[in-house]
Design a binder for this molecule. Structure first.
Ligand SMILES: NC(=O)c1ccc[n+]([C@@H]2O[C@H](COP(=O)([O-])OP(=O)(O)OC[C@H]3O[C@@H](n4cnc5c(N)ncnc54)[C@H](O)[C@@H]3O)[C@@H](O)[C@H]2O)c1
Length: 255
């Protein structure tokens, strides 16, 4: 039986550890028949080590999405391995420590700017850097954490995710005429490196033990990976500007 990504070529950012959501997207994408290429930050060597656990060998390119130079060179580097792309996975988030963990009212603009640049603006800059390879349409998928609500400890990642969610809608608006769909998976809390860097993240995540309609497992990024693969496939052909919750249903529950 052929997979739902058979014949598709996908670039996946954000594989850092086995706990990375992007690792599970990469594994499932290969299992579903896609040819993939990974980008890595800060060091390809870390990602290359983790990528050995994927079902098939994969090329890893270095890419800092806040570097204009890296972005300017990425399409040519990808072309050495894959002639075109049908999909992009943006699985990138970062905020400096003083923008997280209860410091919201005292965070300086420089730290807020870094969070916005790496976590939100990069959805646009990464996609446009790869546009020469996406001439026949495709699917861009990013990851958010529900930005409609103010969470404890999440602080400036909240406004950064709100910016990402709005950026996704504008990308849908501008790229629809090129048959490029742009969507986000809004994931529940997962115990990745990014999450562990947020002081008090455990308390925030504990909310899911009490309020999530479906039982939520903090250590299982596979459901988020499945959502990503579904959006990369041809099974959401007329969906764009959308945010699909893979959060156990908690977003729908008042109290
Ligand atoms: N873990 C969660 O609870 C959770 C929930 C919802 C959404 N998300 C989002 O999922 C995405 C992936 O996070 P994760 O939980 O898998 O954590 P992770 O730490 O495994 O992944 C974050 C990735 O961001 C990358 N990154 C940071 N700065 C970068 C830069 N300048 N250039 C390129 N890449 C850079 C890191 O290399 C890393 O691979 C992020 O957007 C995150 O906000 C996470």
């Amino acid at each position: 039986m052929s997979g739902i990504l058979e014949g598709k070529r996908i670039l996946i950012t954000g594989v850092l550890m086995e706990s990375s959501i992007a690792f599970h997207a990469a594994k499932l994408a290969q299992e579903q028949g896609a040819e993939i290429i990974l980008t890595a930050f800060p060091r390809p060597s870390l990602t290359e080590r983790i990528a050995k656990k994927l079902p098939k060998p994969v090329t890893v390119l270095s890419l800092d999405v806040s570097s204009e130079e890296d972005l300017a060179g990425i399409a040519d580097q990808v072309r050495e391995h894959l002639p075109t792309l049908d999909g992009i996975v943006h699985s990138i988030g970062f905020a400096p420590q003083d923008a997280l963990g209860g410091n919201f009212l005292d965070t300086p603009w420089e730290s807020v700017a870094t969070a916005m640049h790496v976590s939100a603006f990069s959805l646009k800059s990464l996609t446009m850097a790869l546009m020469p390879l996406m001439q026949d349409g495709g699917s861009v998928v990013g990851l958010t954490f529900d930005a409609q609500l103010a969470w404890p400890q999440y602080d400036w990642m909240g406004p950064a995710k709100a910016a990402l969610e709005a950026t996704n809608r504008y990308m849908a608006r501008y790229l629809g005429e090129r048959d490029i769909r742009c969507n986000l998976i809004s994931a529940g809390p997962l115990g990745s490196m990014a999450a562990k860097s947020i002081p008090g993240f455990g308390d925030l995540a504990d909310t899911w033990n009490h309020r999530s309609p479906l039982k939520w497992d903090l250590n299982d990024p596979e459901p988020a990976g499945r959502g990503i693969v579904a959006l990369l496939s041809d099974w959401f052909p007329k969906t764009t500007g959308e945010i699909i919750h893979v959060d156990g249903g908690l977003h729908a529950i008042g109290a």
